[in-house]
Design a protein around this ligand. Structure first.
Ligand SMILES: [Zn+2]
Length: 168
């Protein structure tokens, strides 16, 4: 029988695997494979939130905009404060995720839930304010985020890989 060697470091492999124990453990502790999907989200989140801040902020800054109702003013203030908090949360999550801190899974889950909660409140608020039912488009997008969050929250809670990656 041929002696197997590790495909990465050429050290002999004692059991029937592609990599030696050292390389296998190294690979397990990396942000790779399935974790690329949340990693991309963690990178894009602060950008998306920052861009979405421009809309309510412009309403407050532009002099030609006047608020017809007090509730409208509260709505916009809620959007600005909510978005700033989400932005701070997403920046912190970005930092702990890529430094592979122990609390990264927890913050990733908090970020998903906070953003979902914000969207729910925002949709209800806007529909209540304008006295129209929520737009189908918004409901569909909320439903998609809900499914996405559910899948990734379960993954981050249950995965052995996650436990090996975020150890710092
Ligand atoms: Zn190796």
């Amino acid at each position: 029988m041929d002696a197997k060697i590790c495909k990465l470091c050429n050290e002999p492999v004692t059991h029937n695997t592609k990599y030696c124990n050292t390389c296998e453990n190294k690979s397990l502790s990396k942000i790779n494979g399935l974790l690329y999907i949340p990693a991309i989200n963690v990178i894009l989140y602060p950008l998306i939130i920052f861009i979405s801040l421009c809309n309510p902020l412009s309403l407050i800054i532009l002099p030609e905009y006047t608020f017809e109702f007090t509730s409208e003013y509260f709505g916009v203030t809620f959007e600005i404060i909510g978005t700033i908090l989400l932005f701070a949360l997403s920046c912190y999550t970005l930092k702990v995720f890529f430094t592979k801190k122990k609390n990264a899974p927890r913050f990733f889950i908090i970020m998903l839930m906070a953003s979902l909660a914000y969207d729910v409140v925002d949709i209800i608020w806007v529909s209540d304010l304008l006295n129209i039912p929520p737009e189908t488009e918004d409901i569909v997008s909320l439903f998609k985020s809900g499914i996405f969050s559910l899948v990734w929250i379960s993954y981050f809670l249950l995965s052995e890989k996650v436990k090996k990656v975020f150890v710092n």
